[in-house]
Design a protein around this ligand. Structure first.
Ligand SMILES: NC(=O)c1ccc[n+]([C@@H]2O[C@H](COP(=O)([O-])OP(=O)(O)OC[C@H]3O[C@@H](n4cnc5c(N)ncnc54)[C@H](O)[C@@H]3O)[C@@H](O)[C@H]2O)c1
Length: 254
């Protein structure tokens, strides 16, 4: 079960955290992985790790917010069975302290970046008779999280874009779903804690861990396991769905 043999998978932001875990698991399951990354050094290490256990793949240096760059990369790959829109950045702030530049930066990567990849991948998937898209949303797509104004805007858009794409391309055999993780222990979380709460890192880490009723953050490999299922042929009846993977955050926080 869950073999990705002979599949070509594109994972944006595959050099770190959740994207890295997805890339390594997909390669282990037989997919050829293509990592679209800003941080090519980190992505090269992921490909080296995949190669060392028999996997194969390639790094493509591109900023997902640049439509031309994304189109060039996707057209060069040519055939894409699986697209994982994972690249994303964080931002902490409410409406009043989110500047126009902050808002646009988060929008450009998290929203426009996903759109650019959809825009480039869907014609390829249509031409080849189908494909699978998985978008990484967040609990912030669904509930009000303190001080995550711009980030929530971007993840709400990911959720809505997933539904729109699932509806529009169902007859082209393209499935599109999203995953909504609560806190996952990745460099993304460590980075925003150290940037926004200097000197209080341990306290904030503990607080964020406890905000999941299960009492901890997720591991990237736990997100990758769900991603594998949703991108595999075994999930062929699933489209237009969002899957919270949240240690009880959405439903059990009382
Ligand atoms: N970590 C969490 O708690 C958490 C929770 C919910 C959702 N998410 C989402 O999961 C995704 C991955 O998060 P993570 O924690 O693994 O992050 P991370 O920072 O560890 O990794 C993100 C990767 O994306 C790459 N990237 C960033 N901007 C890019 C761009 N413009 N073009 C190409 N690559 C780019 C980075 O270089 C990095 O390697 C994000 O979309 C994030 O919003 C994370």
């Amino acid at each position: 079960m869950f073999s990705l043999k002979n599949k070509v998978a594109v994972i944006t932001g595959g050099g770190s955290g959740i994207g890295k875990a997805i890339a390594l698991l997909f390669a282990q399951q037989g997919a050829t992985i293509h990592l679209v990354e800003l941080n090519t050094e980190a992505a090269d290490q992921v490909i080296a790790e995949a190669n060392s256990s028999g996997g194969k793949g390639q790094v493509h240096a591109a900023d997902v917010s640049n439509q031309q760059a994304v189109s060039n990369v996707f057209n060069q790959i040519g055939h894409i069975d699986i697209l994982v829109n994972n690249a994303g950045i964080a931002h902490v702030g409410n409406v009043e302290n989110t500047t126009e530049a902050d808002f646009e930066r988060v929008y450009n990567v998290n929203v426009k970046g996903a759109y650019n990849c959809l825009f480039a991948a869907i014609p390829l998937m249509k031409a080849q008779g189908g494909g699978v898209i998985l978008n990484i949303a967040s609990i912030a797509s669904h509930v009000g999280i303190t001080d995550r104004f711009a980030y929530s805007m971007s993840k709400g858009a990911i959720y809505a874009m997933s539904l729109s794409v699932a509806r529009d391309y169902i007859d082209h055999h393209i499935r599109c779903n999203s995953i909504s993780p609560a806190r996952v222990h990745t460099p993304f979380v460590d980075g925003f804690i150290s940037r926004n709460y200097p000197g209080k890192e341990a306290e904030i880490f503990e607080k964020l861990s406890k905000s999941q009723p299960i009492g901890r953050m997720a591991e990237p490999s736990e997100i990758a396991a769900l991603a594998l299922y949703l991108c595999s042929d075994e999930a062929g009846f699933i489209t237009g769905c969002d899957y919270p993977i949240d240690g009880g955050f959405i439903k059990l926080n009382n």
